[in-house]
Design a protein around this ligand. Sequence first.
Ligand code: C2E
Ligand code: CA
Ligand code: CA
Length: 752
Amino acid sequence: MLLVVVFSLTVTGGAFMRVVYQDALAKGEHDLEVGVNVLQQILDERGQQLRSNVAILADDFGFKSAVATQDTDTLRTVLANHGDRAGADMVLLSDLSDTLLASSHHPAGSTLPFTDLLEQAQQQGAGVDVIVEAGQPYEFVLLPVRAPNLIGWVGMGFLIDEALVEEIHNLTRLDISVVAQPSGDTPFYLVSSRRDLTDRTTPIDIADDPNYLTRELALNLAGPQQTLALVQVSRESLLAAYRDLQWQLLAIVGLILLLTTAAAAWSARSMSLPLTRLSDAARRIGLGQRLETIDVSPRGETGLLAGTLLSMQADIDERERALLHRSRHDPLTDLPNRSSAQECIMALIGQGQPFSLLRLAIERFGDINDTFGYALGDRVLITLAQRLAHLPSSDFQAFRLSDDEFLLLVRNLALPAGWQDTLLNDLSEPIELDASPFRPSLTAGESHSPAHGEDPHLLLRRADIALETARRQRSAWQRYQPGQDEQHVRQLRLIRDLQEAARDSQLWMAYQPKIEASTGKVSQFEALMRWQHPSLGFIPPDEFITLAERSGNIRLLTRWMIDSVCRQLAEWRSNGQTHSVAINLSAEDVIDPQLGQHLLSVLAHYDLNVEQLSLEVTESAVMQDPALAHRCLSELRQAGLTVAIDDFGTGYSSLAQLKQLPVAALKIDKSFVMSLDTQPDDVVIVRSTIDLGHRLGLSVVAEGVETAAIAAMLREFGCDELQGYLIAKPLPGHEVAAWLDHYHPRDILGLA
Ligand code: C2E
Ligand code: CA
Ligand code: CA
């Protein structure tokens, strides 16, 4: 603001002062012009007057007679009288030979000094000019005296003196000076109204006087020295008004600057300062500092802004609290979430307090959502959360871990035995959904600190492992058993390594023969998978097949197995042996609609007969999706593949369903066979199964035959085929031929 004001004042003030200055000088020039005119006029007038006075004298009869008679005394008197009357300062008279007869300033008999004037008078009848006599300027007129012939010259002059220039000075306020300029020499003053000239004789430079504006008027151009009149005005007097104005203007500018500064200071106090404070307050609020007040006037816009900032601070606080709550709580149930749980666990571990974690999962929660819709699914979650939240807070603290999982942190370790069952029962109380009661099924896994670890992640994972175990074992809850975690880690590793096992030829197939019970003749081989892990050694198929099923890799494994088996069959054939092989299928395979097609194409690829392959399927595999399994198995059967039910007796399949299946054989599970000779119950089961199978038109196979005694019993019961270590352990494909060479049924079965 100040800069703008200073700038504009300087520009306008400068422009104004320049105009005034030029105007003052122009006025001076004008005044000089007027002064020159006035001076000219005065000199002209006086010259005119002088001329008429001289003319009168020259015409005077007495005077002419005195001239003619050369009466010097009379002449002198007449001249003096006449000069006095006319007020002339110098009078003279000369004869025709230029000798002075009388003069007020020269001795009589001297030569007429003003030769230029005389010349002028001779030529024009009158000479009028300014002359200098004894350092003084005179306006002088010289006229002829005629009687009637020319008899002499008479002249009169007025002194141009201080009084005259003073008079003109008083009239025009200009300085008038008369200057003599001897030819080729510097001029000097003769008379002047200028007060500043102390020494008139000092040579001057007319053209360049810094203190004065000057106009020249030539008074006398002829003669040995010129006479000039200078009309002058001092710059100082001209610019006096201008200087006054300058000071006034400076005063005004100063005043305006002062006022502007005051205004700027005032506006800084009333606007900038509060704004600075407000912006500082906003910055501190941004940094999270808590402000109670902001130090500005509560009135006006600043007050309003301060109020808004404070209420904004309150809103931010509120939102932060809400965000913090949201980041630590589950929005649906408002239970604290997983990260809260981890913090709580961390804190308890830090305090060295023992506690238990109970991880609770709602079984088949996805199905609940699918069946009842998400709104009702949410209701189940909210109800369960409420039930958990209402447990005594001194003993329990509930969290929601994920969609279908809760966590109970149990602080009280002195709860009555079996509290887990009571709790799960209470939680599973029916929930009213769409006017029909729904009973949630919950499974729990428990871990304990410090026994099972002192790290939140570890404890949560171990509770999860316990939960998985409970699920597998179909129990309501399980406590983590030391070592399960290592088992878990091993399983993860096996699942990972299984991907490469087939490629790295760590997998191979073993073949275990089945024989006809009556003749001992080898009827078929069962293909069993083997995995030699590079670092973990032999992995039992029960273990890795289950893992492959759980991790979704079983179909790939089955394809590898089918290819391997068919290649083996082709190899045997090329060695002149024709065998038939039974392969084991998992539940996933049984419901694979492309399996039949695949089997046939691989058989065709190796140019094998469909009868050379048969299938073993467990009851439980069929029961996972009976309808689909039925359809797929029927297709396989149609294609010419026979199907046997494996592990018969361990599942829960109904006879009615079994009857429907396109099955050719039953394989009695080895758990019933292995102790047949010591367990009377098993005898009952095995006998009745054989009977049942036969009645249904199925062939019956017994696996796990380890002793000749058992083999004998089975033969007696009418079992069709036998399989077990008694006959042979599973063999690598290339050992089958050698084994067959040494196989003697009569030795084994004690046949005659
Ligand atoms: P499974 O189909 O019931 O196979 C019979 C199991 O009993 C084989 O165990 C076999 O070695 C064993 N066994 C045979 N005779 C005797 C005996 O006299 N005494 C005893 N104690 N055991 C005997 P293995 O090879 O460990 O296979 C276990 C299970 O792994 C199989 O049970 C089968 O369910 C599964 N499996 C093996 N290979 C495959 C496969 O290629 N695909 C599928 N899906 N499952 C397979
Ligand atoms: Ca089998
Ligand atoms: Ca079996």
